[in-house]
Design a binder for this molecule. Structure first.
Ligand code: A3D
Length: 321
């Protein structure tokens, strides 16, 4: 089996952590691309010089030229501005859409058979734009958001219940914005419903609901919480780890069921939009979309989130981006 080639477009905060994680896990050879001269060369050199102590052996190359990503198997895109305090993800639309267009053209030309994971915000719009400009089939274009949002939700549940986060399964669906949909009813600790555990802990259903609502709210605002603390940018360790989970599922054909920003063609009653839904990832990229039953409240939240995505995409089209 030949070594996989992974192109990372954007050598900023997330791009740097992605490079390091790919090296540590020896997932493949990395080409880190950025428009800033010397930045990707400096980051890859720094990480490569830890190869002896960390014990990894992969090739890491920094570049400012698209031709170096030629024939990559997988591309992960983080090019674009991150949020600063007080900004919403949607405030990044105009700037990042221009960047995403140029990236999509570069990837289309030099890595036309790659599978692409997008992280740049506003996520749902950037994935839509990449698909439109590249013309890639929808199974090869997806976005990372739900894995991170679900990991955040799972962390809050574990901290609240005093259990290992390894045993928590909780999924967040919908768009990657304030309307995202943490699925309370499906959240469990090794099969035991989280709501049941909260009700036993507090011996009061109303209090349990209040605690869960606070965790849901914190999940929706979790990106902003980090932005407020960091002041100069947004979260980068956890988004990188989340994208690596998806990358590993694809490169190793793991068939993992993960919440992925996938193209819906009638599933969940949505036609022609990218939305976060349970997705099976394997060597072909998006291999299955798993539909699940939503109750009335969940469906209303999901519809609201889909509306936010359609509005964002309409804004992008209205602005001619
Ligand atoms: P940052 O550290 O600023 O890195 C972005 C990099 O993109 C910089 O090094 C830029 O030089 C580079 N860049 C700008 N224009 C281009 C271009 N045309 N071609 C190639 N590279 C370019 O940001 P970051 O790494 O912290 O975040 C990157 C993106 O991810 C931002 O849009 C964030 O909002 C987004 N983000 C998404 C999530 C999700 O979960 C979806 C989480 C956190 C951040």
């Amino acid at each position: 089996m030949s070594r996989k080639k992974i192109a990372l477009i954007g050598g900023g905060q997330i791009g740097g952590v992605l490079t390091q994680l790919i090296a540590l896990k020896e997932l493949g050879d990395v080409v880190l691309f950025d428009i800033v001269e010397d930045l990707p060369q400096g980051k890859t050199l720094d990480i490569a010089e830890a190869s002896r102590v960390d014990g990894f052996d992969v090739s890491l190359k920094g570049t400012n030229e698209y031709k170096d990503i030629k024939d990559s198997d997988l591309v992960i895109i983080t090019a674009g501005l991150p949020r600063k305090p007080g900004m919403s993800r949607d405030d990044l639309l105009t700037t990042n859409a221009k960047i995403m267009r140029s990236v999509a053209e570069g990837v289309k030309e030099f890595a036309p058979d790659s599978i692409v994971i997008i992280i740049s915000n506003p996520l749902d719009a950037m994935v839509t734009l990449f698909k439109k400009v590249s013309g890639f089939p929808v199974n090869r274009v997806m976005g990372q958001a739900g894995v991170l949002d679900s990991s955040r939700f799972s962390s809050f549940i574990a901290w609240e219940l005093g259990v290992s986060v390894k045993d928590v399964n909780a999924m967040v669906l919908g768009g990657h914005g304030d309307t995202m949909v943490p699925l309370i009813r499906y959240a469990n600790v090794n099969g035991v419903p989280v709501m049941e555990m909260l009700e036993r802990k507090y011996k009061d259903a109303a209090k349990a609901k209040e605690v869960m609502d606070a965790m849901v709210q914190r999940t929706k605002m979790a990106g902003g919480e980090v932005v407020k603390l960091l002041k100069t940018g947004s979260a980068f360790y956890s988004p990188a780890s989340s994208a690596i989970t998806m990358a590993e599922a694809i490169l190793k054909d793991e068939k993992r069921l993960l919440p992925v920003c996938s193209y819906l063609d009638g599933e969940f009653g949505v036609d022609g939009y990218y939305v976060g839904v349970p997705t099976v990832l394997g060597e072909k990229g998006v291999e299955q979309i798993i539909e699940l039953t939503l109750d009335n409240d969940e469906q209303a939240m999901f519809d609201n989130s889909v509306n936010a995505v359609t509005k964002l995409v309409a804004d992008m089209e209205r602005l001619g981006l």
